[in-house]
Design a protein around this ligand. Structure first.
Ligand SMILES: [Zn+2]
Length: 72
């Protein structure tokens, strides 16, 4: 299955994505809103059912993926 990042459009067929992982947006509505605002996604926009974000937009800290505002 081809997975592609909603933000930067890279997909898992791209050799540059070899070290990346793809993540769903959190189901929790409060976290969901934080993520999409940090990612610069329009809140009014209808997102595809499976919206994936690649790990380029995160950093790892104590095994949790933390979204960074500085990624953009
Ligand atoms: Zn990405």
């Amino acid at each position: 299955m081809v997975r592609s990042c909603y933000v930067c459009k890279i997909n898992n067929n791209n050799p540059e994505s070899a070290n990346l992982s793809f993540h769903r947006l959190p189901p929790d509505p409060a976290k969901h809103i934080i993520w999409i605002s940090l990612l610069g996604i329009d809140r009014e926009k209808t997102l595809p059912k499976l919206t994936l974000i690649c790990s380029k937009h995160f950093m790892t800290r104590t095994s949790k993926m933390i979204l960074l505002e500085e990624s953009f």
